[in-house]
Ligand binder design. Sequence first.
Ligand code: SF4
Length: 431
Amino acid sequence: MNILLINPPNCGRSIPEERYGITSIKQIFRGEPLALETLAGNLPGHEVRIVDLKARPDGLDEALRRFTPDLIGFTAVTCEANWVRSQAPRLQAECDATLVVGGIHASNDPEFFNAPGIDYVVLGLGKQSLRELVEAIETSADTTSIPGVAHTNPGRPLRWRPRAYSRVDLVEERPPRYDLVAGERDRYTLAALGVPLGFVSSAFGCPYDCSFCCIAGLTDSRYLSASIATVIRDIQLLSDVPVIRLVDANTFGHPEHARALCRAIVGAGIDKTFLADVRADTVVRHPELLREWREAGLRSVVIGFEELSDQGLDALNKSASAAANLEAIAILHQLGINIVGDFIVSPDYVEADFARLAAYVAEQRIGLPIYTVLTPLPGTALHRQLRSRIVNHDLDYYTLANAVLPTRLDEGEFYRQFAALYQAGHKEVKL
Ligand code: SF4
């Protein structure tokens, strides 16, 4: 079968830009389409291509001139969902292909894709589900009972058998098809430094239940670690790439496994720089683990601090504390590990809240602060909690850089204060 996997373009829209001419806070997603490379890896015997419209925005027509797909697969985060739904009917008609959608939005809000032009929605980790679907289509077998795959039926509720996600779904014997985007490799760089960057997964899902987070939908809240041999193999496949981003939502969720992986990296003689996500409480509980990783090449960590107060953290069900956040920052500074800090700005922020956040980032010397606006993504607990207050339901704006809830400040002033956060505070990225 000819299979074309499509990574949507950067199609999110920006209220601050459209209404107030503020261009500095538009969200741009970069990096290789690892989810599609991973899906492609488990489709042996098929002719698979990936078109990455983030790297090459006009690449779709060219891809379709050279390749006639029997099946087209899209991945999409929430702000890309409208684009996928708008493209599907045209592509289905033009190519006479089966249209499949998966990814984060499909996993959390599958009903959204129960729409004309889309044949199937793949929920959660799709590596094995898509393979089973392709085999069923090819052999004209029943496609309605594959766990984690929903056959669309617009106008009627979507139905599917849930998948009990386990290590089997990782299908570890087959690596990502990094080769399918080899032509785009020079575009996958660390934005701040222009250094080539490769993506590797070492863990999937997260056992925590933060109300704003959409990760749980990928594995039904299970946390699955890839085997050490798998991670080492994938890192080694990216032999020419000096910086590896471990794209897991929570890389150190099983500390003993993370320690064994670190030692295996050293043992394999791998000399690379690593970036990974870690929770603050993990840093506090396991500083020696972070020290070992520092020696193995970990130079920066992404930490979701989210809020400055215990009350704010509790409201997001973060299972964290403001004191632990501060302690983690101190440990990481001591270890010489750069901090990329995620902070969530509530639409209820007034000037004093913005000032407090800017002061915290400066005082704590957060190397690279990343600010997002609190966004109730469909399918999350936060969405269920705040649904009645949402004033903007257009998913194009669900980029995490727009307020889809009413702002307490005048809206223009809110975005000016939000943009100013990026001008203030400490900014330092080293590798
Ligand atoms: S925000 Fe982080 S810790 Fe919370 S559920 Fe998501 S991945 Fe897990």
